[in-house]
Design a protein around this ligand. Structure first.
Ligand code: GDP
Ligand code: MG
Length: 443
């Protein structure tokens, strides 16, 4: 073995490392350690030290055999294009809250098209400010990640710029946090010019303070998930250009918001009542809008499948109609920057005569989802708007359980997949709109 082999191999990948002891200025013992394939008892194996002059190992064939074995043991489908992630949560919140939150992060990761290979939860007495979690635990996770062929670490907690940098110095893996994952999902889902501008703005604002450092950690961060990032601006971008871009986008947004206001005004002038479907992401808002109006707003089995609001006409008997609009999904712990960016999208709701708060009754966390939606509505000063509480996906529940939940919350139950379940909802909309004062003004 010569020295060059060692440097080549360790640069290539850190599957194996070796250290050579020196005694009396001469090489003495050699120590080697290598990763173990998945499923092995230990994550790494440390070989017995050997005298350098007796050491005889064919590194190239050893490492090839090791990598073949690792590849063979990997449990995921060999989908090379998709990012594979380990989710990490470090928190001193109550355990059930931490577990709920990481479950939700899993849903978000799935929405973003990632494969989640493992989760790691740490509950330290004190949070390590440098890496968020203990250095030993972090290194263990990194080794586990290399064993599994993971490409990305996702933290459930927001990381400060210096934490991202410090963690990036320990690993070549991409490191992102929850807000970035949400932004990434938004960026995949934005369709209109308006939506795209808002998402890019939010991404740039989130990244700007994280652009202070140099080195690979920052360039990886700029790459975003799967190399997606705002436009063509990647590694070479500097803060100045980011700021220029931000002011350009802000000007564009102002123009777009004026156009939106005019569209809205035209709609109000027609005097047709507006009903907006709101609710936690994945509640089934787009599905319900489609089914109600048999239109074809984009529906996906992924969170945030709709980013932009979509409006459709819904006709009732006796020449009556309402405009029904679909909104972007709400989400707990929406980062402030994101909240600001999406406020203008949600401003649409100010013109609604009635909000339909749609809840996925089949989600075990539906009460938390309801609370999150109420909180965001309060932030937008919309909590005084008339609301109909509607439980969706009741087809997934036993009939008596669906009925129990409906009664408990004095709500309406539907299945967006089954138009025969819509009658109570349509009756409630009709009664509300045409028996109330708003109707006297608008009809
Ligand atoms: P949104 O984020 O609230 O707009 O949710 P979507 O309308 O995109 O729906 C999310 C997922 O839930 C999709 O896969 C839908 O097919 C599914 N879904 C929506 N409504 C129902 C329902 O009533 N029953 C069942 N079983 N699935 C539903
Ligand atoms: Mg939707």
């Amino acid at each position: 073995m010569n020295k060059d082999d060692l440097t080549d191999l360790s640069l290539l990948r850190l599957d194996i490392v070796a250290a050579i002891g020196i005694r009396d200025s001469l090489p003495d013992m050699i120590f080697t350690a290598h990763l173990m394939p998945e499923g092995a008892l230990n994550l790494t194996e440390i070989a017995a030290p050997s005298n350098i002059y007796q050491f005889d190992m064919d590194f190239a064939s050893f490492i090839n055999a090791l990598e073949d074995e690792m590849e063979r043991r990997r449990t995921f489908a060999h989908d090379k294009d998709r990012e594979r992630a380990i989710l990490i949560s470090v928190s001193s919140r109550p355990r059930h809250e931490q577990e709920d939150s990481i479950e939700e992060l899993k849903d978000l990761a799935f929405s973003s098209g990632l494969i989640v290979l493992d989760t790691a939860i740490q509950r330290p007495k004190e949070i390590n400010p440098r890496f968020l979690l203990g250095e030993g635990k972090l290194k263990e996770i990194i080794i586990n990640a290399m064993n599994k062929g993971v490409t990305m670490l996702i933290f459930d907690q927001g990381l400060t710029p210096s934490q991202i940098k410090a963690i990036g110095e320990l690993t070549e893996l991409k490191v992102i946090d929850r807000p970035q994952l949400i932004l990434d999902i938004f960026s995949q889902r934005a369709h209109s010019r308006d939506g795209k501008v808002q998402v890019e703005l939010a991404q740039l604002k989130y990244r700007l303070p994280r652009l202070t450092g140099k080195g690979t950690a920052m360039s990886r961060l700029m790459g975003g998930i799967g190399g997606r990032g705002p436009g063509e601006m990647k590694l070479e971008i500097d803060r100045r250009r980011v700021r220029d871009r931000i002011s350009l986008l802000e000007r564009e947004l102002k123009k777009l918001s004026e156009a939106r206001r005019q569209r809205k005004q035209r709609r109000i002038n027609t005097g047709i009542p507006i009903v907006s479907i709101i609710g936690y992401t994945n509640a089934g808002k787009s599905t319900l809008l489609n089914a109600l109006t048999r239109s074809s707003t984009f529906v996906g089995d992924k969170m945030f499948a709709t980013l932009d609001t979509a409006s459709r006409r819904l006709r009732f008997p006796k020449e009556r109609e309402v405009i029904i609009t679909d909104t972007v999904g709400f989400i707990r712990d929406l980062p402030d920057d994101l909240m600001a960016a999406f406020r203008s999208t949600l401003e649409e709701l100010e013109d609604a005569d009635l909000l339909i708060h749609l809840v996925d009754a089949s989600n075990p966390r539906f009460e938390q989802h309801m609370a999150s939606v109420e909180k965001i509505l309060a932030n937008l000063n919309l909590n005084a708007k008339p609301q109909l509480l509607v439980f969706n996906k009741t087809d997934r529940l036993p009939a008596d359980e669906a009925e129990f939940i409906r009664m408990r919350f004095n709500a309406i139950a539907v299945s967006a997949l089954d138009p025969s379940s819509f009658r109570p909802l349509l009756d409630a909309i009709e009664t509300f709109i045409w028996n109330s004062k708003i109707a006297e003004v608008t009809v």
